[in-house]
Design a binder for this molecule. Sequence first.
Ligand SMILES: C[S@@+](CC[C@H](N)C(=O)[O-])C[C@H]1O[C@@H](n2cnc3c(N)ncnc32)[C@H](O)[C@@H]1O
Length: 461
Amino acid sequence: MTGTGPAGQRRRPQKSHTRRDPADLKPGLAARQAAARLLSAVTESQASLDGLLDPSGGNPAFTGLGDQDRLLVRAILLSALRHLRVIDAFIDRLVDNPLPDGARALRQVLRVAAAQILYLDVPDRAAVDLAVSQADGDPRNRRFAGLVNALLRRMTREKDQLLPEISSVTPDFPDWFEDRLTQYYAGDAKAILAILSEPPAIDLTVKSDAAGWAERLGGLVLPTGSVRIGRPEGPVSGLPGYDEGAWWVQDAAASLPVQMFSKLEGLEIVDLCAAPGGKTAQLALSGARVTACDQSANRLERLRGNLERLGLDVTTQLTRAQDLIAPDGFDGVLLDAPCSSTGTVRRHPDIPYTKSPDDITRLARVQRDLLDHSAGLVRRGGELVFSNCSLDPEEGEAMVAGFLADHPAWRIRPISPDRWPGLEAAVTSTGAIRTHPAMLGHEDPRLAGLDGFYAVVLTRT
Ligand SMILES: C[S@@+](CC[C@H](N)C(=O)[O-])C[C@H]1O[C@@H](n2cnc3c(N)ncnc32)[C@H](O)[C@@H]1O
């Protein structure tokens, strides 16, 4: 409020020197600041997006936001990471001189704004204005506020013309990631890379009556028996069947490993890396007596919550798989091993930025150690299913070939190529399963694709 001074002149409003939350100053600014900070954590410190966005233990810049802002930050980050190289190429096209190397904070501000302008349904003007305010409010970027304004305004004007052109010649993902996929998937690599920058469809594993649930939810039944519901607008917890535990979210590819056991009903099965419990639920639903182990107490707690909602009963054990001792063994062992998760880049587009070829080699060694230990837990005549959601053969085909070479008593029990009609291409020449995101094509991109998975059944002769 303005007032009058002693001489009767109008007094200018006093600037408050109290530190205020930027969100108080301009709606939406705190969300953009959080997005830039988290993008920097992913791309510069290799922090995992899942960890940063965890509602309980995540980054305070995110957890301190309201629900709407959190949704926006998540959407900005997913879009930015799915198209980071295209966004950078667009920014670089619009600057007269390359951005200084030290201007990393500035680049994050521009990336966050560009993700909104190029890929999200946010009014251009709001994206530009907030980016300018964001630059202006940060001493590192203040001198660039004019540049931010000019560059982003130009982006809004020229996006229709330039985006298709830049996208057609710029890869979406880092070279190491694209090179490996091209090396291993040859003819399919282009299609895989194209679909990896699309958000995935949501698949449900239903307890029963897949056709009925598909009709009720407007989805379709897949060769795996899963129900695909596309990309629903709101949270899945609002859909029919969630509260009564009639289904759970599980990519169709992730449902295959459990289906590969030849028998489950009445058998004693250990699920060694079980949380959050998608495969544990399948095992329990098939009538197995399940022990679900995980090394993470938090994740095991999540598994218990998920199984409780589904009304399924399992024994849980907090342990590292390699520390589990079971002198009597199990009829079946599921080792859904920790991996680089490159098969899930559609929902985790941070992976190409947070993982490296060295990580893949390291994780393949971890998997091999876990597989060696798992083999000792299988009763004679029992089955060991190994799986993971990596697209990289070093963590799949090659690792298992090494195991078989060192354990001559073990064999692959081959899966028949017609086990899932419509998914014949997923069965390899050795009888293992190799899925990739360009499988299960559909004319509607919202209904297409599959996570990358490798899975194999091993038995002792
Ligand atoms: C790929 S996730 C498993 C997904 C799960 N099977 C499902 O279908 O929902 C890998 C899990 O392995 C756990 N994990 C990683 N290393 C482990 C180890 N050495 N022993 C036991 N659990 C481990 C992680 O905590 C994580 O929950």
